[in-house]
Design a protein around this ligand. Structure first.
Ligand code: ADP
Ligand code: MG
Length: 689
C-alpha cells in the first residue's frame, strides 16, 4: 500500500509541473495572471450549419455536424486520412495529412462528428483540410459563448489553457480595484463584467468591436493596464527621489575655463539642456536623464560639461561608449580639451594590455583619475571607483538595461547612487519616452550647430555603381573625403567581412590614384585606430567600412557617403550612418545604392531618407513602419506591461490614466496598492530601470 500511495502523487505532480512550467514560460504564474491572459480572437462554435450551406461559405470557417460514412487511409498522392461526413443536406470530406492511428479508430463509420474549418473545393467536392473536430452524441448542446483562442506557447493546448483559466476564474478575488463613483465618472464598466465577457463572449456580442478591441470591455482592460503603468512609473519616481546621491554644486574653475577654451560657443539648445542637467546635479537624489539630440547636434560637449561639474565638485565621472572606436574618439577629444586644464583622464577598454589595465584601474581606484572613459570594460569586475558621482552612457540604446545598471552600481554605496546621464541620437518621440520608460527625464537638443549645410540624399540603383565610382573619384580629387559603407549581412559576419575586403580591393583597383582604407569589426583595435587616424589626418581619401562606423564617429572633412545595399538597413541605422557626413561646412552628399526589386517597406524607408534629414521626423516614421515594440527593442521597453493598450490608438486613455494616477496617489494609497498588485504582481522590478 505505501508503494502505490507514493507513486500516484509523484506522477501527478510531474504532470502538474510541466503544465505549470509551460504556463510560466508565458509569464502566467498566478491565478490573476491567468485571468488577465485575454483571448487573441474567438471561434464561433455556437452554431451548426447544414453542409450544403457550408459549401457556399468559402473564406470563413463554419461548423458542421454529420455522420461518418467512410474513413480510409489513401496513399496517393501521399499518405493521408480521408473521412467522409454526411448530413441530411449534403456531404463533405475531412482530409488529414498528418494523423494518428487512434484517429482512424475514433472516426469510424457511423460516428457522429462536429467539425469546424475552412471549406475548400477539392477533387471530390467540398472538403476541410485539418478541421478541428470532436465526436458528439445526437442532441449534445452547443456552446453558448464564442470560443476564445488564447496566445499560447509550445506544448500548451488551447484546451489546457481554457481549463486553467476557467479554474483560475473560480479562485480569484473579483472585487473591483476602482470605486463605482470613479468608474462612472470615467464611463467604464466593472472589472468582473469586462473580464468575463472577454473570456466568454455571448453569441450576440459585437464581434468587430471585440476584434479591433474597441469594445467597452477592452477599454476597461486597457485603462486598467495604463493606470497600472502610470502608477508604477510615479512610484518609481518617488522611490528615486527617496534615494540619495552626491550633491555636485560647483560650477567652478574647470567648467569655466573649459567653456572659455572651446573653439565655438554653445547653441541655445545646448545651453538649455546644460542648464537642465546642472540643476539635476545639485539635487541630493540621483539624476536619471536622457539627453536626446540628432546626430551631430553636439551632445558630447554637453556631457563633458556635466563631467566638469562633477570634477569641480570633487567627484569622478565616467563615460561609457558602445564601441572602441567611439570610446577612443571621445577619449582623445575630451582629453585634448581637459588635460591642458589639469584634469587626469583615464582610458579603459578590453583591448588594453594587462599592465595598462592595471595602471588604469589603480588610477580609478585611488581617485587620481577624475574622468574615466571607456567601453564595457568599465563595468567589469575589478574596476572600483573612489568617488564616482556621475555616470554618462553614450548611445545608450546600444546597451542593455543590465549594463547601464552595472555602471551605475559601480558608484553605489548604501542608499547612494551616482547621477546618470544617458545620450541617444535615436530620438524617441516624447510621448513614447514618457509612456515607455520607467522614470526618465528627457532633455532635447533640437538645433544643429550653425554653419552646417544640409545633406543631399540620392537613391540610386546598384547598377549605377560605375557612375558612382567616377563621381567619388572627381570629389576626392577636389579634396573631399568619402565613406563607402558595405552592405549589412546579418546572417553571416564572415560574409560581411568578405564583402568589405572585396569592395576594398575593387575600389583600390578602380581608383589607383587615390588612397583607399578599410576598417571593419574584426580588426584589432590598434589597427582600427591607425586606419581611423589616417582618415582623420586626410591621408586616406576613401574609407571602406562596415557598420563599425555607425555611431558617433566624427571626421568633419568627410562629406560624401555611399551606402551599398541600403535596402538592407533599418531607418535609424541609415540615419546614423548618414550622420557621419554633414559635420563640417562643406555641402555633403549621401548616395544610397539599392538592389531592385524593392519591397514596399524598403521603398518607404529609402523615400523617407531622401525626403528628410530630421532625426525626429525619421524616428516618427520609423515608429509608424515598425510599431513601438520593435522600434524600442523589447529589452528597453516596458512592453511586457502593455499587452492590451496601444499607445498610438489609445492616447486618449493614456491621458485619462495619467490624471487618475495622480489623483489616486494623492488621495487613495490603498487603491494604488490593490491596483498594482492586481496588474503587476511580481513584475514591478522590471520597471524600475
Ligand atoms: P553628437 O550629438 O552626434 O554626439 P558630437 O558631439 O559628436 O555630436 O558633435 C558633432 C560635432 O559638432 C563635433 O565636431 C563637435 O565638436 C561640434 N560641435 C558641437 N557643438 C558645437 C557648437 N555649438 N558649435 C559648433 N560646433 C559644435
Ligand atoms: Mg555622439
Amino acid at each position: 500500500m505505501p508503494a502505490t500511495k507514493g507513486k500516484r502523487p509523484a506522477s501527478e505532480k510531474s504532470k502538474v509541473n510541466t503544465g505549470a512550467a509551460r504556463l510560466a514560460k508565458l509569464g502566467l504564474r498566478s491565478d490573476m495572471d491567468l485571468v488577465l491572459h485575454l483571448p487573441l480572437r474567438y471561434e464561433d462554435e455556437t452554431k451548426v450549419v447544414p453542409i450544403r450551406e457550408a459549401d457556399f461559405m468559402a473564406g470563413s470557417a463554419p461548423q458542421v455536424e454529420g455522420i461518418v460514412t467512410s474513413c480510409e487511409i489513401q496513399y496517393r498522392p501521399r499518405r493521408q486520412l480521408v473521412v467522409t461526413v454526411a448530413d441530411e443536406t449534403s456531404q463533405l470530406v475531412m482530409r488529414f495529412l498528418n494523423f494518428y492511428g487512434s484517429q482512424v479508430k475514433q472516426l469510424a463509420q457511423g460516428v457522429r462528428v462536429r467539425a469546424r474549418g475552412e471549406v475548400r473545393h477539392g477533387f471530390f467536392g467540398a472538403e476541410m483540410v485539418h478541421p478541428t473536430y470532436k465526436i458528439v452524441q445526437e442532441g449534445d448542446p452547443l456552446p453558448t459563448a464564442l470560443t476564445p483562442v488564447y496566445p499560447s506557447g509550445e506544448g500548451l493546448s488551447q484546451a489546457y489553457l481554457r481549463k486553467a483559466i476557467a479554474n483560475a476564474m473560480t479562485r480569484i478575488d473579483w472585487r473591483d480595484t476602482l470605486s463605482p463613483a470613479l468608474l462612472s465618472s470615467l464611463q467604464l464598466g466593472s472589472f468582473d463584467a469586462a473580464v468575463k465577457l472577454l473570456h466568454n463572449p455571448p453569441p450576440a456580442v459585437d464581434e468587430h468591436a471585440l476584434a479591433d478591441r474597441s469594445h467597452p470591455a477592452w477599454t476597461r482592460m486597457k485603462f486598467d493596464e495604463l493606470l497600472a503603468q502610470q502608477l508604477s512609473l510615479k512610484r518609481a519616481q518617488a522611490a528615486r527621489r527617496a534615494r540619495s546621491a552626491a550633491v555636485l554644486p560647483v560650477v567652478g574653475g574647470l567648467s569655466n575655463s573649459f567653456l572659455a577654451a572651446l573653439p565655438f560657443t554653445l547653441t541655445a539648445a545646448q545651453q538649455r539642456v546644460l542648464a537642465e542637467i546642472r540643476a539635476d546635479l545639485v539635487e541630493p537624489f540621483p539624476m536619471q536623464r536622457l539627453l536626446q539630440g540628432d546626430v551631430g547636434s553636439g551632445k558630447t560637449v554637453v556631457a563633458a560639461l556635466a563631467a566638469a561639474q562633477a570634477i569641480d565638485s570633487g567627484y569622478q565621472a565616467a563615460l561609457m561608449a558602445p564601441t572602441e572606436i567611439l570610446a577612443e574618439q571621445h577619449f582623445r577629444k575630451i582629453a585634448q580639451w581637459m588635460e591642458p586644464l589639469g584634469v587626469r583622464v583615464a582610458w579603459l577598454t578590453g583591448s588594453l594590455k594587462k599592465k595598462e589595465k592595471n595602471e588604469a584601474q589603480a588610477l580609478i581606484e585611488s581617485g587620481a583619475a577624475q574622468l574615466v572613459i571607456g567601453t564595457h570594460a568599465l563595468i567589469q569586475e575589478g574596476v572600483e571607483f573612489a568617488r564616482l558621482g556621475l555616470v554618462i552612457v553614450d548611445e545608450q540604446h546600444r546597451f542593455g538595461v543590465g549594463q547601464r545598471l552595472a555602471l551605475r552600481n559601480k558608484g553605489a554605496s548604501g542608499q547612494s547612487v551616482p547621477h546618470q546621464l544617458m545620450m541617444s541620437a535615436t530620438p524617441i518621440p516624447r510621448t513614447l519616452a514618457m509612456t515607455y520608460y520607467a522614470d526618465l527625464e528627457v532633455s532635447v537638443i533640437d538645433e544643429l550647430p550653425p554653419g552646417r549645410t544640409p545633406i543631399v540624399t540620392r537613391v540610386l540603383d546598384q547598377n549605377r555603381r560605375e557612375e558612382v565610382i567616377a563621381r567619388i573619384h572627381a570629389a576626392a580629387l577636389e579634396g573631399r573625403q568619402v565613406y563607402w559603407v558595405c552592405p549589412l549581412i546579418e546572417e553571416s559576419e564572415a560574409l560581411q567581412l568578405q564583402t568589405a575586403t572585396d569592395t576594398h580591393a575593387t575600389l583600390a583597383e578602380a581608383l589607383p590614384d587615390l588612397r583607399v582604407g578599410l576598417v571593419h569589426g574584426r580588426m584589432k583595435p590598434v589597427e582600427k585606430q591607425m586606419v581611423m587616424d589616417a582618415f582623420i589626418r586626410g591621408d586616406t581619401h576613401v574609407l571602406v567600412a562596415t557598420t563599425v562606423i555607425e555611431v558617433g564617429v566624427d571626421v568633419p572633412n568627410a562629406s560624401l557617403m555611399v551606402i551599398e545595399h541600403a535596402e538592407r538597413f533599418g531607418l535609424s541605422q541609415l540615419h546614423q550612418l548618414r550622420g557621419r557626413v554633414g559635420r563640417g561646412t562643406a555641402a555633403s552628399v549621401c548616395l544610397l545604392l539599392y538592389q531592385s526589386p524593392l519591397g514596399p517597406t524598403a521603398k518607404q524607408r529609402l523615400a523617407t531618407m531622401r525626403e528628410t534629414t530630421d532625426g525626429f521626423e525619421i524616428a516618427r516614421r520609423d515608429l509608424e513602419i515598425r510599431g513601438p515594440g520593435e522600434f524600442l527593442g523589447a529589452r528597453q521597453s516596458g512592453e511586457a506591461m502593455l499587452r492590451f493598450a496601444d499607445l498610438q490608438t489609445d492616447q486618449w486613455l493614456v491621458d485619462k490614466a495619467r490624471n487618475v494616477a495622480q489623483m489616486l496617489l494623492r488621495d487613495d494609497p490603498a487603491t494604488v496598492d490593490a491596483h498594482l498588485a492586481r496588474w503587476l504582481g511580481g513584475r514591478e522590478e522590471f520597471l524600475k530601470v
